[in-house]
Design a protein. Structure first.
Length: 707
């Protein structure tokens, strides 16, 4: 039985006028914001039906790519155990199961307590295993499932965990007695991410305000009713988020308040959980700092990463009992215009420094030889493009530092680095089923010249045997906001693109953090357009160098990177065959003008405050994707969103696609809205793989990489 083809949905026009600073903007589709409206739901379902029809020819390719991802992935597997207290903790996945298991085994007496148990070849778990959480059981009966916290007391007896079954990032927290397997009556509703124990009697957690901003820290005493929980701290400034945690030594509780550009830290001795938190350094506009705890020869110190001496941060120290002004700290690492300090990790016998130089993240170590602060020594690696970072180091007195290493062509590796000797032990390497030879792929860096002459780094990866004598289909990805760096990483799914002859490139545009704080500063606020023009310059370079052509080039970005996608669609549509926008922030001005929306006020330090400043309003209006759509030919566009997304509301891509379809003179515009998911999209690994397979199939078809 055949059905008549579905026509592209035409959104009804219900004009409303937005008025600010004497400027009026007529919005024909703002009515789509009402997610409870049947008209809205009918429209979204119509878009989904149309997208399904228009991409029906991708079904076979989607299935092929899905099977390739599945076939290369070791479905029954386990992570390398990490030590916490008297147990080794690890995660396991089982073939056919969407979610993982959280497990542990005791540290065996008579063994080296810092060498993890040997992993079984079949990924079936370790002898004596205790499954502390089976996410498959918790997810049963729910279309969406996500864990927001999983925190075990130092003794190992109690587990606090939280779950979200809607995708809206509001969690319910439970406490499980790991000795009996029973859930305690201490259930907390409507909490935010995270959970911090103080002994076994107190649990600290966060809640959000009506704008979904984490604004408050609460203390729950075990065995009492949630109504008796104590508000420990509320952050009144709407630009600030608040979080709570503990130092690695479990001696200090820490509350951090932070905006995009300013921070403030409060501390309390762990032994006095009902005491009053005290501020270390009162907030100062534009000054950010983070603290870590060190004890040397019985003297306690604060080690402080801060930007009081310059935008790329420095590291200083002072005694805990003699706090001096930030600018008077004894310097351990001076500010450097070429090195962006990202933070330190402190342990009993050493300290790790994490930083970026030359666009690559790096790590160095200082040993406390003789109980004194010393010098940092960088850990070196051979590849040009790589990512290295900490991976599971909860123990204060550990002599080893666990490192994860990965590159575009090297699957993830996990090492234990014994700081005192420099010995590096490989614990696990990501297994690619069916065989994988890294020499069959190559990665390298090129540079594109932006409008103002700035050189923009570009990471490129493809098969080593790719015919470079002629242009090839290319996927160009970027993010470019919040000082987020898009670092080298290995992707099983990406092999399906490259094995079909596609080049994968990352434009490290301004607004990201790859080249330091100034790289970020020059791609935000009233310099945001640099993000967009940098991306276009990279596209031009790829075309001019003969790597690809505009008819073979697909752009991709998500969330704030989706704003970039919307902007370049308006600014340079002729340079792209297609644009894929995932949960895209394409109606930024409308959202940033609504302080009642989730995250809006906290975003003013990133984008500017158009609510109060007409100059900012005009600047944002000049690039806002939804408001600058014109009657011209556009590339084919696929927008993917989720109904329950609280970070970038579904209404933004819905309005964007409706306006494109109404105004553009060319291009196919598709909207795929997950009706039971949040900002991260669908949950469950098989569903995620299938979604990725669909997106890659669309990209391959659009870039003419396959027939």
């Amino acid at each position: 039985m055949t059905h008549d083809p579905i026509s592209a949905p035409v959104a009804p026009i219900h004009p409303t006028t937005r008025s600010f600073h004497g400027r009026d903007f007529v919005d024909n589709y703002e009515w789509l914001r009402d997610k409870e409206s049947q008209e809205t739901l009918d429209y979204l379902n119509a878009e989904n039906a149309y997208t399904k029809q228009q991409t029906a020819d991708l079904d076979d390719l989607t299935e092929q790519v899905f099977q390739e991802i599945k076939g290369r992935t070791k479905e029954t597997d386990m992570s390398t155990p990490q030590r916490a207290g008297d147990f080794w903790y690890y995660g396991r996945t089982i073939e056919g199961k969407n979610y993982g298991l959280s497990c542990r085994v005791p540290v065996e007496e008579g063994t080296d307590p810092w060498i993890p148990p040997t992993l079984p070849e079949d990924g079936s778990g370790l002898p004596g295993e205790q499954i502390i959480l089976d996410m498959n059981e918790l997810a049963e009966g729910h279309d969406f499932f996500s864990i927001g916290a999983s925190s075990v007391t130092t003794s190992g007896r109690y587990l606090a965990y939280s779950v979200d079954t809607a995708g809206n990032e509001r969690f319910t927290m439970y406490v499980k007695d790991l000795e009996t397997g029973e859930l305690l009556p201490d259930t907390l509703e409507g909490v935010f991410y995270g959970a911090t124990w103080a002994g076994e009697d107190y649990l600290f957690y966060q809640r959000v305000d009506e704008a979904w901003r984490p604004d408050s820290v609460w203390r729950h005493k075990m065995g009492t009713a949630p109504e008796e929980d104590v508000l420990v701290y509320r952050e009144e400034d709407e630009k600030f988020n608040v979080g709570v945690g503990a130092d690695r030594a479990d001696r200090i509780l820490v509350i951090e308040s932070s905006s995009k550009i300013t921070s403030e830290t409060r501390v309390l001795d762990m032994q006095d959980p009902e005491g009053e938190f005290t501020v270390l350094w009162p907030r100062e506009q534009g000054i950010e700092y983070g603290v870590d705890y060190v004890e040397l020869h019985g003297t306690e110190y604060w080690v402080v990463t801060h930007n009081a001496h310059g935008p790329n941060f420095s590291v200083g120290q002072c005694r805990r009992d003699s706090v001096v002004p930030l600018r008077e700290l004894d310097e351990l690492v001076r500010h450097d215009d070429e090195v962006r300090i990202e933070g330190v990790d402190t342990y009993r016998d050493f300290m790790a420094l994490v930083y970026r130089r030359g666009g690559i993240g790096r790590v160095a170590f200082m040993q406390f030889n003789g109980g004194e602060f010393g010098e940092f020594e960088e850990l070196r690696f051979d590849e040009e493009l790589y990512t290295v970072g900490a991976s599971g180091n909860p123990e204060w007195d550990a002599p080893v530092y666990r490192l994860a290493y990965v590159s575009f062509t090297q699957p993830a590796q996990l090492f234990d680095y014994r700081v005192a000797t420099g010995e590096k032990t490989l614990l696990k390497e990501q297994e690619i089923l069916g065989g994988y030879n890294p020499e069959e792929y190559t990665s390298y860096r090129q540079w594109a010249k932006a409008e103002d002459g700035t050189l923009v780094p570009v990471s490129i990866v493809h098969r080593a045997d790719l015919d470079r004598s002629q242009p090839q289909p290319t996927l160009l990805y970027a993010y470019g906001s919040y000082e987020t760096s898009i670092d080298p990483g290995f992707s099983i799914a990406r092999l399906s693109l490259m094995d079909r002859g596609m080049i994968f490139a990352i434009a490290h545009v301004r607004g990201g953090g790859e080249l330091g704080r100034l790289w970020y500063d020059n791609g935000k606020l009233m310099k945001k357009k640099n993000t967009f023009t940098d991306f276009i310059a990279v596209a031009d370079m790829l075309i001019d160098e003969g790597l690809t052509t505009s008819s073979q080039l697909v752009a991709e970005g998500g969330s704030a990177g989706g704003l970039l996608m919307g902007a370049i669609a308006n600014m340079a549509p002729e340079k792209f065959a297609g644009i894929q926008a995932i949960v895209p922030f394409v109606d930024p001005l409308t959202s940033i003008l609504m302080p009642e929306l989730p995250l809006t006020v906290t975003e003013w330090d990133e984008w500017g405050d158009p609510y109060h400043d007409p100059e900012v309003y005009d600047y944002m209006a000049s690039y806002a994707p939804y408001e600058n759509i014109e009657a011209k030919e556009y590339p084919n566009i696929l927008a993917v969103t989720s109904l329950n997304d609280t970070r970038v509301l579904y209404v933004e891509p819905a309005k964007w696609i409706a306006e494109l379809r109404a105004k553009a003179t060319g291009g196919e515009f598709l909207l795929k809205c997950e009706m039971s998911a949040g900002h991260g999209g669908v949950s469950g690994r098989y569903d995620r793989w299938r979604q990725t397979a669909f997106e890659y199939a669309w990209t391959l078809k659009t870039a003419t990489a396959v027939e």
